[in-house]
Ligand binder design. Structure first.
Ligand SMILES: [Zn+2]
Length: 342
C-alpha cells in the first residue's frame, strides 16, 4: 500500500473513531493512537515522508499535512461537543422547576393571651411601672392571711383553691405577689405582677381552672383614690382606645378599702348596648381599691405614713373582650384554626 493510500485509510478510520468518541478519556486515547510520539500512526507516516525520494516527497508531504490538519480539526470539534453534551446533561439533571409549590412551614405565632399580656405590660411600663413575678405555689399566709383574709373569713369562698400538702396551695390570685414585693422593698412601690393562677372552678365558657391575672400595686406618700382613678383611666385608654371612658362602681375585696370595680364604656358598640356589654353599654375590666391598712401594717409599712392602691385584672377576660372570643376554652385548646386568626 502506498503512503497516499495509507493516509486515505487513516483519515477515514480517524474520522469514524473520533466522531464515535463520547468521553474525554476516549479522545485522549485516540490522540495517543494517532499523534503519540512513540507509535502514533500519523506520526509514523509523517516520519516516513523523510525516507521518500525528492520527487515523491512534496506531494506526499502536502497530503500528509492535510490529513494531520483534518484530524486535528476533528479532535477539536469532538472535544467541544463532549464538553457541551456534558454541560447540557448536568444542567438538565440539576434543573429546578420554579412552578412547583414550595415547601411551606407554618410560621410561629404569638398566642392571643401573650399578645394581650404584652399590651397590658406595655401600657403600664409607659406609666413607669416595673414588672415582677411571684411563685405559683404559695403558703396560706401569702395567699390569704397577709391579704387580710383570715382562716375563718367567709370571703375565702371567693377563692376555691387547689390545696397541696403542708399548708401549700396553688395561688388562686396574683395578689400574693404584692406582699412579696412589699416585704422586700420600702416605698415607693410601683409594680405590676402578671402570672398564672389556679382555682377549682367548674369549666364552662367563662371559667377555667387555670387562668392569668395582672396585679398592680402602687404605694407611696399621699396616694389617693383619685390617683387610682387617673391611673386606671389611662390604662383603659391605652388598652382600648383614647376615646374610652371609665366608671368606678363600689365593690368589696378584703385587701382593699374602699374597693371598686372598674368599668369601661363598651368598645364594641361604643356604649350603645350590645351582646358583649349585655346591653348596659359598660364592661367590667378589673377590680381595684386602696390597699387595706392591715395589709400595709402586715408587711411593716406605716399606714399613717403610706397609702397605696392595687388592682387586678383577668387576662383571659381582657383578651376575650378585645378580640370577641366567647369561650375561654378556645384559649387553652391549641387549635391552630382558632389561634392563627390573631
Ligand atoms: Zn356593647
Amino acid at each position: 500500500m502506498s503512503i497516499l493510500e495509507q493516509l486515505e485509510q487513516l483519515k477515514a478510520e480517524a474520522e469514524r473513531e473520533i466522531k464515535e468518541a463520547s468521553q474525554q478519556s476516549k479522545i485522549d486515547e485516540l490522540w495517543t493512537k494517532y499523534f503519540g510520539r512513540k507509535g502514533g500512526e500519523l506520526t509514523s507516516i509523517l516520519r516516513g515522508v523523510k525516507t521518500l525520494s525528492a520527487e515523491e516527497r512534496p506531494a506526499v508531504g502536502k497530503a500528509a499535512n492535510e490529513v494531520k490538519v483534518f484530524i486535528e480539526e476533528l479532535f477539536a470539534v469532538q472535544k467541544e461537543k463532549i464538553y457541551q453534551d456534558g454541560l447540557a446533561a448536568k444542567l438538565s439533571a440539576e434543573q429546578i422547576d420554579v412552578t412547583l409549590p414550595g415547601k411551606w412551614k407554618a410560621p410561629g405565632r404569638i398566642h392571643l393571651l401573650n399578645i394581650t399580656m404584652r399590651r397590658i405590660k406595655e401600657v403600664f411600663k409607659g406609666l413607669g411601672y416595673s414588672v415582677v413575678s411571684g411563685p405559683e405555689i404559695e403558703t396560706d399566709y401569702y395567699n390569704f392571711e397577709a391579704l387580710n383574709i383570715p382562716s375563718n373569713h367567709p370571703s375565702r369562698e371567693m377563692w376555691d383553691s387547689f390545696f397541696l400538702r403542708e399548708g401549700l396551695l396553688m395561688r388562686s390570685h396574683t395578689s400574693p405577689s404584692q406582699v412579696h414585693v412589699m416585704e422586700k422593698q420600702e416605698p415607693p412601690v410601683r409594680v405590676i405582677c402578671p402570672g398564672k393562677c389556679y382555682r377549682r372552678d367548674a369549666v364552662d365558657a367563662t371559667h377555667f381552672w387555670e387562668f392569668h391575672q395582672v396585679e398592680g400595686l402602687l404605694v407611696d406618700k399621699n396616694v389617693t383614690f383619685s390617683d387610682l382613678k387617673g391611673t386606671l383611666e389611662l390604662f383603659a385608654k391605652g388598652m382600648f382606645g383614647h376615646r374610652r371612658r371609665t366608671r368606678f362602681n363600689p365593690s368589696y375585696f378584703p385587701f382593699t378599702e374602699p374597693s371598686a370595680e372598674v368599668m369601661v364604656d363598651c368598645f364594641v358598640c361604643d356604649g350603645k348596648g350590645c351582646r358583649v356589654c349585655k346591653n348596659s353599654g359598660w364592661i367590667e375590666i378589673m377590680g381595684s381599691g386602696m390597699v387595706h391598712p392591715r395589709v400595709l401594717k402586715g408587711v411593716g409599712y406605716d399606714p399613717e405614713k403610706y397609702t397605696g392602691f392595687a388592682f387586678g385584672m383577668g387576662v383571659e377576660r381582657i383578651a376575650m373582650l378585645t378580640y370577641g372570643v366567647d369561650d375561654i376554652r378556645l384559649l387553652y385548646e391549641d387549635d391552630m384554626r382558632f389561634l392563627s386568626q390573631f
